[in-house]
Design a protein around this ligand. Structure first.
Ligand code: AHG
Length: 334
């Protein structure tokens, strides 16, 4: 008898997906379950912010010379701890750690996957109750199983990602992840403590009304980017304009909105910082993968983000991402 259930949890979904592949080992499903668990722990702590002494600076800088918040460290430790104790991950790279960490033990050396994380993106917004997020990227190792993972496993181009996703700690907490089969979103149902399917098969609208960019840096951008931004503002009603500027300063929230509603997000290179601010491996690649699978596009202004061969774990890149037609309009602006 077919049972009509309206609720599907993240675990149920990933296991069901795995059942379509008889050769699947369940490691990816296990990894996503572990990430979901760490995300729930971070959700609890983010929601306590203000009640307990978790707000504020930890009093040190990360490898990129940025202030580290206490919640950054908490989130990093949670993801690191859960994945280290799981059986599906051979090592992780994180915004908060100078070097990648390889889990060199008998079980982890057999694990097929490595992960890259920004444990808490937008953390400069924590103290003022604005949405923040976690971003993750999953690769199949290229090094031999049975041995510790190597740096090469982490330095693969984004087009080799097996899965990528993000968690947004917003008015509700959501986990969105993509594989080559599609993008699906799960909202945390606090009553049962489970991520449950809320946004099946997310498709990014081919165009939208939002453009997201830090206007304060306008005169730091090159002329092409300046012209595109000005065109967004000059669009007539008949052209679907003028576009609306929305920029939270928390990429997870900005790109999530544009993914669902249609729009473009830009963090261009600047005169004094030609590679911009955002990190290729754990900020841009995962979003580029998700948005491309959903039908959108992502570039560094010249080439597809997913085709960039990384040379360093913490390298930065200019970043343009969003609805297909808006991205094409940017590309043809001169
Ligand atoms: P951080 O995690 O240090 O708060 O950085 C957030 C990132 C990204 O999420 C956001 O879009 C961008 O930096 C905002 O940077 P600007 O303030 O320079 O616009």
């Amino acid at each position: 008898m077919a049972i009509n259930r309206h609720i599907q949890t993240l675990d149920e979904f990933t296991i069901q997906q795995m059942r379509d592949f008889p050769q699947a080992t369940g490691e990816l499903a296990g990894l996503l379950r572990d990430i979901g668990l760490a995300a729930k722990r971070v959700h609890v702590e983010v929601n306590k912010a203000g009640l307990v002494d978790i707000l504020g600076d930890a009093g040190k800088m990360n490898v990129q010379g940025e202030e580290v918040k206490k919640l950054d460290i908490f989130a990093n430790n949670e993801f690191m701890g859960v994945l280290r104790h799981g059986i599906s991950c051979a090592g992780i790279g994180s915004e908060e750690m100078d070097e990648v960490v390889v889990f060199d033990d008998e079980i982890s050396n057999q694990s097929k996957y490595v992960c890259l994380f920004d444990p808490l993106d937008g953390s400069s917004n924590i103290d003022v109750n604005v949405s923040i997020g976690t971003i993750f990227s999953i690769y199949r190792r290229v090094s031999a199983l049975g041995k510790p993972a190597t740096q090469t496993d982490f330095l693969q181009p984004g087009n080799q990602q097996v899965a990528a996703g993000y968690v947004i700690y917003g008015s509700s907490t959501m986990l969105v992840y993509a594989t080559r089969r599609g993008v699906n979103g799960f909202t945390l149902d606090q009553a049962i403590g489970e991520f449950t399917m809320s946004h099946p098969n997310i498709i990014c609208p081919s165009s939208g009304k939002f453009y997201s960019v830090n206007h304060g840096n306008f005169f730091q951008y090159n002329e092409k980017v300046q012209r595109y931004i000005t065109n967004c503002q000059k669009k007539t009603l008949a052209e679907g304009g003028p576009y609306t500027q929305r920029y939270i300063g928390s990429m997870v929230a900005d790109v999530h909105r544009n993914l669902i509603k249609g729009g473009i997000f830009m963090y261009p290179g600047m005169k004094d910082r030609p590679n911009g601010k955002l990190r290729l491996l754990y900020e841009c690649n995962p979003f580029a993968f998700i948005v491309e699978i959903a039908g959108g596009k992502a570039t560094d202004g010249v080439q597809r983000i997913l085709d960039i061969q990384p040379t360093e774990v913490h390298q930065r890149t200019p970043f343009f991402i969003g609805s297909k037609l808006m991205m094409e309009e940017l590309e043809t602006t001169n």
